[in-house]
Design a protein around this ligand. Structure first.
Ligand code: NAD
Ligand code: ZN
Length: 382
């Protein structure tokens, strides 16, 4: 069962609509998931936010693919479209320098408090644009138009925004919710297969955290999703957004349940950091390895049935997700230290997201480091 069933937005029957509600503050927004939203995004934005002065922020890979179509629909719907802001593709754009450049370009074209930013791109663009929107003139509206699977099921939903600094990834940022999220699954057609597969690790993650039936759906239909089947893409993305919406509504500022979304991430971040966050290992690949390790450890500790851990490994293997990082020289001490210094580590103890079974993740404090070391050695073959 999905935690909340996505419905069809009345005026636009081709999209599934997932509401994100924040009961305490009354701020909420819709996530619309559909096919070809790039052709009527302008109307969808107009229906929610009125006719606006819009500035699209995108990156150098996405601009040639989708910027013209987005601008055309914005103009057709009567919005006033400013000069687009195109930043270099890649994580390096989540920086002070790019942030300043985006802000300067907004000032240069006379953007004001009523200007609407539209983030067209992956998680880098979503995080950078969301953060820009949160500080420009003390906060302006932002619409997320995510174009990677990772951004569609994760980063565009929930309002975490930010940039990287010399002090670490995402170390400057804000919680700032978008006004609307528009997800056009056809944008996945141009995404490199490896990026789609990496994003799929975050899709499966939701089933493993909180919905056993959704994991079973992934095991049965994941391959179709990866092959571009529209219905599978729509269903899975809407389901993931509904699950993230549910968690975020309960814990907007990441003080409790939201931590569950980090399943596989403590292991994964350690590997990513050891590999300098370079192209050898994509974030989703690291998450897949980390998630498999979290389930193996859960089984090892007697928390989770071993057949559940086996089912996770089997699905990852069948679908083509990695269970180990690329060949290289790894240092278990360094990895353990990275895990110990992870932001979830409390007073030097290992805090991990483990599972009682598929769909039953939980935060476990004071994990014994010894079996974790053994698991690293097994995973790395050393
Ligand atoms: N805010 C959050 O809650 C949250 C959650 C998870 C991750 N993130 C952040 O998200 C970022 C990673 O996101 P990502 O994986 O989307 O990376 P990304 O934005 O760098 O996109 C990956 C690559 O795909 C290209 N691309 C994007 N859409 C495309 C398309 N449709 N067709 C072809 N190419 C396309 C991009 O130009 C880039 O080269 C990280 O910075 C991470 O910190 C944020
Ligand atoms: Zn992640």
């Amino acid at each position: 069962m999905l935690p909340s069933s996505p419905s069809q937005p009345a005026a636009f029957p081709t999209a599934l609509c997932v509401p994100v509600a924040f009961p305490a503050t009354s701020r909420g927004y819709d996530i619309q998931v559909g096919v070809n939203l790039l052709s009527d995004a302008g109307q969808r934005i107009e229906a929610t936010l009125g006719k606006r002065r819009c500035v699209v922020v995108t990156d150098s890979n996405v601009a040639p693919l989708y910027l013209k179509r987005l601008e055309a629909t914005l103009i057709a719907a009567g919005h006033d479209v400013g000069a687009p802001i195109v930043v270099p593709a890649g994580e390096s754009s989540k920086s002070y320098a790019t942030l300043q450049s985006v802000l300067d370009q907004l000032f240069a074209q006379g953007a004001d408090r009523k200007t609407l930013l539209i983030a067209l791109g992956g998680g880098v663009i979503g995080d950078l644009t969301g953060f820009t929107a949160s500080i420009f003139m003390r906060g302006i509206d932002v619409v997320q138009f995510p174009t990677t699977l990772l951004a569609q099921v994760d980063s565009s939903v929930g309002g975490k925004t930010g940039i990287d600094t010399p002090h670490g990834k995402n170390t400057v940022g804000s919680f700032y919710q978008p006004r609307l999220v528009l997800i056009d699954v056809t944008t996945l057609d141009s995404l490199p297969t490896r990026e789609v597969l990496a994003g799929y690790a975050e899709v499966v993650k939701y089933g493993l955290i909180m919905d056993k039936e959704f994991f079973a759906w992934c095991a049965a239909h994941g391959a179709k999703l990866l092959n571009g089947d529209r219905e599978s893409q729509r269903h899975a993305i809407a389901a993931c957004c509904a699950m993230k919406a549910q968690i975020v509504a309960e814990d907007e500022h990441d003080n409790g349940k939201r931590g569950l979304l980090n399943l596989g991430h403590t292991f994964g971040h350690a590997l990513e950091a050891e590999l300098d966050y370079d192209a050898r290992l994509l974030h989703g690949e690291a998450v897949a390895i980390g998630t498999a390790m979290a389930f193996q450890l859960s089984a090892e500790l007697g928390l989770c049935p071993s057949w559940d851990a086996q089912a996770v490994l089997t699905h990852f293997k069948e679908i083509g997700l990695p269970l180990a990082p690329p060949a290289g020289t790894y240092d278990v001490d360094a990895l353990m230290q990275r895990m110990g210094h992870d932001k979830k580590a409390e007073a030097g103890k290992l805090v991990l997201i483990l599972a009682r079974g598929i769909g039953q993740a939980e935060i476990v404090r004071d994990v014994n480091p010894y079996p974790v070391r053994v698991l690293w050695k097994n995973t790395l073959g050393i």
